[in-house]
Design a protein around this ligand. Structure first.
Ligand SMILES: [Zn+2]
Length: 473
């Protein structure tokens, strides 16, 4: 005897509101709140009735517990992001824009595992079996013994999964198309997505099978976003990229079984997603090193160094409020670097538009890019071309000091591997200020301790264009 109740749920973050409103207070999204009818008591009768609990065994902190053996997919970019393979019984959510290649990646992973002798079940709620087959054929994977189904009812799916040999991996593409008998809302609503995910998670834990849920990220809030299930799953991976570029990045946002700062880099090819073993070479492939305003940043993503080009364009503004446009970096960090340049180095950019772009569509998540951004800005403003064989990294503090960042040696090594011969970097701990003791570093390090040092370095080495110099103020 389920009591009906109506609630207003944000389709993006799942927040419950007392009445309909145009904007969600919890996540700030506009027009994302929808009315949903839910059975008030979806709770099992045993819980409502105040069942007397069974006794559970308590254990001490010491003792042995074996590490969960992981299933290696064999796609090393995916295995590394997952924390060294997929843990049986765990549930992963892979989110991303529709059409970015999530299904392609998962079909490839499924085929790899199935060919290695694992039982793999791929359930598509988006496409008919014929379409999935066609995709697999295009990718040259039709020989792999993946078991396919086109189904959207979670009860039917779980009943099917429970038959026969336990699958090593179940792919649900996508969670937004799934629906369960237990709730009445339409598929794609928060209540349905959440309840369906709950049932699949319970299945994964009970059966010990790994489950990957695909979640589409939509900006218009038409269907519930993956955020409503993020806290329920063991790992959240996002698959990023844009139509203008061929590469895709798999990034761990949450992972109970591994680090969250690893990335996997793929390139979209005619035969599906190919692993990119050396992302730096890919990101630097179309460099225009003869122009002012570009600096190569030696970054780290997880355990891997990644070199990317940072482009800045500083031009006198024609507007009352100068523009600050950033692609691929945190806009508030750019504001900070601009403020520190003005306050500590006397470089005024208040009458200039500033455009900053990370080349290739890459997104930088570390503050260690501050120094490279500052160098690109100064280069663009002054018209001085930075030496093409140099890399930049370091974090800038509000005082104008440049702070050391982790993994300096790994960054320098990667730069040397790609043919760079000098680096502008903070004086690392244990190395002399002149950089001579950066023993392991295979390239010349200009050790800097403040933002002023960067300005001085560029002024000394760059070839200044006098016409631009006049506008510096
Ligand atoms: Zn919201």
């Amino acid at each position: 005897m389920a009591k009906r109740s109506t609630s207003f749920l944000c389709q993006i973050c799942g927040a419950v509101h007392a009445r309909w409103q145009g904007r969600c207070d919890a996540c700030g999204a506009w027009n994302s709140i929808a009315e949903e009818t839910t059975a008030a008591d979806t709770m099992p009768a045993t819980l409502r009735g105040g069942r007397r609990g069974r006794l559970i065994a308590l254990e001490s902190l010491t003792g042995t517990s074996e590490d969960a053996p992981r299933v290696q997919v064999g796609i090393s970019e995916l295995d590394r992001v997952a924390g060294g393979g997929i843990v049986p019984g765990s549930v992963l959510l892979i989110g991303g824009d529709p059409g970015i290649g999530k299904s392609t990646l998962l079909i490839q992973a499924s085929a790899k595992l199935a060919s290695a002798g694992h039982r793999i079940i791929y359930v598509s709620g988006e496409e008919a079996v014929a379409q999935v087959r066609l995709r697999a054929e295009r990718l040259g994977l039709s020989g792999a013994p993946v078991e396919l189904a086109a189904e959207t009812n979670v009860e039917d799916i779980v009943a099917t999964l429970s038959e026969g040999r336990r699958p090593a991996l179940v792919v649900i593409d996508s969670i937004q198309t799934m629906w369960t008998d237990t709730v009445e809302s339409a598929p794609g609503t928060v209540t349905q997505v959440r309840s369906s995910a709950q049932i699949l998670i319970r299945y994964a834990k009970r059966a010990g099978a790994a489950v990957i849920l695909v979640g589409h990220v939509t900006k218009d809030g038409q269907i519930a976003g993956p955020r409503v299930v993020e806290h329920m799953v063991d790992a959240v991976l996002s698959f990023e990229g844009d139509g203008a570029h061929h590469f895709r990045i798999l990034r761990a946002q949450k992972n109970r079984f591994g680090p969250t700062d690893e990335i996997g880099v793929f390139e979209m090819t005619g035969l599906g997603l190919a692993e990119v073993a050396n992302p730096s070479a890919l990101f630097l492939s179309n460099r225009d090193s003869g122009a002012p305003g570009t600096a190569v940043y030696a970054g780290m993503e997880g355990t891997r160094p990644v070199l990317v080009e940072i482009q800045a364009l500083v031009v006198p503004t024609s507007l009352g409020t100068p523009r600050r446009a950033v692609v691929g970096w945190d806009p508030s960090r750019l504001s900070m670097v601009l403020a520190v340049l003005e306050a500590r180095c006397g470089i005024k950019l208040g009458a200039h538009d500033v455009h900053l772009n990370v080349a290739g569509g890459f997104r930088i998540s570390e503050p260690a890019a501050d120094v490279a951004v500052a160098a690109a800005l100064i280069s663009s403003l002054s018209g001085a071309v930075l030496p093409p064989d140099g890399v930049y990294f370091g974090e800038v503090s509000l005082t104008g000091a440049v702070r050391a960042v982790p993994h300096a040696v790994a960054r320098l090594k990667e730069a040397a591997k790609l043919g760079f011969t000098r680096a502008v970097a903070p004086a690392a701990k244990g190395t002399a200020a002149n950089g001579r003791d950066a023993g392991e570093a295979p390239l010349a390090v200009d050790a800097i301790s403040s933002l002023g040092d960067i300005v001085a370095t560029i002024a000394a080495k760059g070839s200044r264009r006098s016409s631009d110099k006049a506008q510096e103020g």
